[in-house]
Design a protein around this ligand. Sequence first.
Ligand SMILES: [Zn+2]
Length: 576
Amino acid sequence: MKIPRIPRPEIGSISLSAIVALYLLLATNNSFWAHASVYFVHARTSLLAFAAALYLALFAILTPLSVKYLMKPALVILILVSATAAYFADTFGIIIDRDMIGNAAVTTQAEASHLLTFSLARHLLVYAVLPSILIVWVRVRHRRFLPKAAVNFAFVSVSLLVGAGLIYANFATVAYALREHTDLMKRFNPSGPLIATVRYGLSTYRERNLVVRPLGTDAHQGARVAAAGKPVVVVVVAGETARAMNFSLNGYERETNPELKALGVVNYRNTTSCGTATAVSLPCMFSVYPRSQYSDWKARSTENLVNVLTHAGVSVSWWDNNTGSKGIADLISFASQTGRKNSPLCNNGECLDEILLGDLDRKLGAATSNSVIVLHQLGSHGPSYYLRYPGAFRRFTPDCRTPELMRCSTAELVNAYDNTILYTDHILASVARLLEKHQDRIAGAMIYMSDHGESLGENGLYLHGAPYVIAPKEQTQVPFIAWFSEPYQAAMGVDAGCLAKDADKPKSHDNLFHTVLGMMDVETRVYNRDLDAFAACTRPANKEHQPAPGYHAAQNGEPASSAGGPQEARWAPGVL
Ligand SMILES: [Zn+2]
């Protein structure tokens, strides 16, 4: 039997541009329109004019692309980019900005695989593949070169003029909405993700000739650590995607911190993150720059906390169970756990955080020098929360057991997430117990901060990475916990009881750099005592073991003064 041949329809290149512009505007911009309708709530006419101007701008951009051999691939790529960005925007409330492109560029295969789901494939089939097949199938009529150039020029000019006129007529409203809501145009497809990609590419290109400026080369360890009589070991746990509000230590109604509670830790209830994604927060946490002065460029072109510790003679290692140190540990001992084979704790390139504990036990048992060990957790990394905890910590049920969060109820999602916090509670308590186990030979302490929080469907947002200015507190309020062994408190003059009284004061990622330097008694010009979260409750080292002026005041529940004290003269605030 002969299959009847369906004749390929024909379409003019201008008409095809007009149709694809309309498709991009209406079919791949749900999130954009949802937000625009809120931002223009009292200016419906301006919104219509703005929409028409956007349509004309899209048309004006597509029309010059209507050259034979260029047009079809260009339209297919734009549709694919828009449809992909639209899926993440509509499903997780995510904005594809420069930082998000950066996250995608540095992600691991295992991490990315959780986002490549059946829902994504189905979405792309409907919104990208089918329209692309249509575009490839139709026969496009092109004029000869000169007439085509003249006609295209005329269409583009008229579109731009009319579009500009519409914006001019509504300028006050449109300008106000765009200025007040800087996220809006980032949500527009395909320009948002394309501009973000170009910006990321430019910043990466700029970094090719990067020269890293030395920092704190004057660093050395002070008298306390020298007099400790045993190696001083600080474990820095860099957490992942843990939000403060789901810690029972911070008042969460569910018991998610039974082990830390029993252990007795110093818990800072009011701590903010530097960014809302690992690629921003992690370098910022280890950077000398506070959030107000921080930029990705500055962080990459300046040495960080681990380098300053190395300058002071502290042995520093970074053990990673996440997607790497984002360049922080380039110059120090680095070990990734994720590639481990034959461990019951690992599966498909990802390991449970317990993988970090066995090595830690061995390392602490053999420690001979003053050391800082950074443990970079996988923590509560989504969307596959259910893979972050073993069966024994599946305490809150039913738990969402798919990366496709939309298939789960909010209760199931929160249950799975809370199980990850429960497991992190166990990991942190285990680190402290290991430091305690080896306390006859080391003076150990632990400091823990998460890199950012997580949205679990509040206001339609999921995961993290929202631009900081509009990020909800779910993404920016992070846990900050410390624990000190008896030998550490005795040797280093830190009073955990005093710190606990200070624990309601606001803290942030700005504190980590200076606090860890203080914890290792590192003296350097770049140390800023005011940002050392523990300084007010740390007895200065001097021959008579006299407390600092602020020390007794803080112990009595009064605010400690950061001025004065023998340390102040010696440890000048950081000069950058
Ligand atoms: Zn993260």
